[in-house]
Design a protein around this ligand. Structure first.
Ligand code: ELE
Length: 220
């Protein structure tokens, strides 16, 4: 069975371009607005230009606006989108993509008709199959490590070889290799290169160092 509402192929193509432009999508929690631009610059300098800013903090929307202005070369997505209202805000501020940690049919439907592509969060095969009914073929797998890690994703590839994933949640510079070796993984997401301790101490050079370590180990 498939829904009357279908994700256009062009949106899958756009997601592919975003998810294939680097092996890693950093997932950022920005608590202070003045951290937004130096943090984004530190990551871009380390070689990552696709950034997911979680809408978990009060300043997240303004942080995205500032980063877009200061770093037009960065591809900026809104993460932790939990509702249609947040999806609309992400559209209004002109993000390049939206990421959800988990996905309801309402979010799948909204994403299929939006100009802004959705990378929908899934944790089970059933959730992937729900997205499949709306034409989705690209997904986030969250929380990846807690849900069986690379072994689980490898198993997803049996019945659903066309579904490609960005595993996120518990991914590290070391275990990223297990995911990136799978044919159904496009890239991984994670916060390890921008830990709260380094952001709080405004150690932007330290964040660039961790980012460079990751991009040198996993060049696209
Ligand atoms: O907020 C969201 O939308 C999420 O899905 C959660 C993030 O993906 C994880 O917080 C990143 O995971 P860690 O790399 O383990 O920190």
């Amino acid at each position: 069975m498939s829904s009357a509402i279908q994700l256009p192929q062009a949106q899958t193509d756009r997601l592919d371009a975003i998810c294939r432009s680097g092996a890693i999508i950093p997932v950022l929690v920005i608590e202070r607005l003045d951290h937004a631009v130096p943090l984004a610059k530190a990551l871009v300098e380390g070689g990552l230009n696709v950034l997911e800013i979680t809408l978990r903090t009060d300043c997240a929307v303004d942080a995205i606006k500032r980063i877009r202005e200061a770093l037009p070369e960065a591809i900026v997505g809104a993460g932790t989108v939990l509702s249609l209202a947040q999806y609309r805000i992400a559209e209004e501020i002109g993000v390049d993509f939206v990421v959800t940690p988990g996905t309801t049919p309402a979010l799948y439907e909204y994403g299929a008709e939006s100009e802004v592509p959705l990378l929908p969060g899934t944790a089970t095969v059933s959730e992937v199959v729900t997205g499949w009914e709306y034409g989705y073929r690209r997904f986030k797998f969250f929380p990846a490590e807690a849900n069986g890690g690379a072994k689980a994703l490898k198993s997803f590839g049996g019945p659903l070889p066309e579904a490609l994933f960005c595993p996120t949640g518990g991914v590290t510079v070391d275990n990223a290799a297990d995911y990136l070796a799978l044919p159904n993984v496009m890239c991984v997401g994670g916060s390890w290169m921008a830990p709260k301790s380094l952001i709080d101490s405004e150690d932007w050079a330290g964040i660039t160092r961790l980012t460079r370590e990751a991009t040198e180990r996993y060049p696209r």
